[in-house]
Design a protein around this ligand. Sequence first.
Ligand SMILES: [Zn+2]
Length: 265
Amino acid sequence: MRKVLNILFLVIVILILISPFILSTSTLPIAIVAGNSMYPTLQNGDLIIFKGPPTGPIPVGTIIIYVEPQIGNNFLGWLTGRIIIHRVVSVQKMNDNSYYYITKGDNNLFNDTLPVKQSNVLGIPILVIPKLGLLFLFISTPQGIIVIIGILIVYYLKEEDNRRNFERKMHKFLLLLGNEMYKGHISKDLFDKLDVDLRYAYELEEIEDKDVRKIGEWVAKTKLKDWNMSYFECDVCKKGIQFETKKLTLKICNHKVDLIDRTKR
Ligand SMILES: [Zn+2]
């Protein structure tokens, strides 16, 4: 589960990073509707994904996303300037063949006062996700930042706690196996390898001994939670110890180790 989430997170980050190239925008192709000047088409807090503007003139009636006319169109403008999302109501061609747009909010009585240069247009909406922008807006407030930091701290403490718990369980497990070694259920050789490998191997692949690896696999799969221990009599060496969880059985004796997945039959 953890792995799936990590991959998903990575995919999202990569998608966000390459989105300007896919959608040919000069900024990240994301804008948040602030206010209700485009009501009911767009509402406060809607999140908009946009694509870059066409090179030619933008037709009247198109909704455009642009940075305030007095601020230039660049990444900083997108970050710091005000982003406006209004509809084109008329197009003017200038002497230098560039275009200016007169814009208006659907819900406003009057046109916007300043015409918008073609170069200030960031893009045209392709996807509107209602209200998702409110979450972004909240995150960017001081309260939102405190909440995020709080969540991160709780998450970190929880992780740290889990790690310590697991370490404690591992030490108890090794202590128990050590005792079983003295009772003759496990060979000293196997125990010594276990003691080193289970403590210091970060990945199962680092463990060479196949018996030790089976025990490592059992530890990794069960996280040492909810197991029962019992003894069994091995046909060959007459002694053995067995660990069971709901799904797995781990059998250790003096001459071999067996890991049985009881769900696979
Ligand atoms: Zn045996």
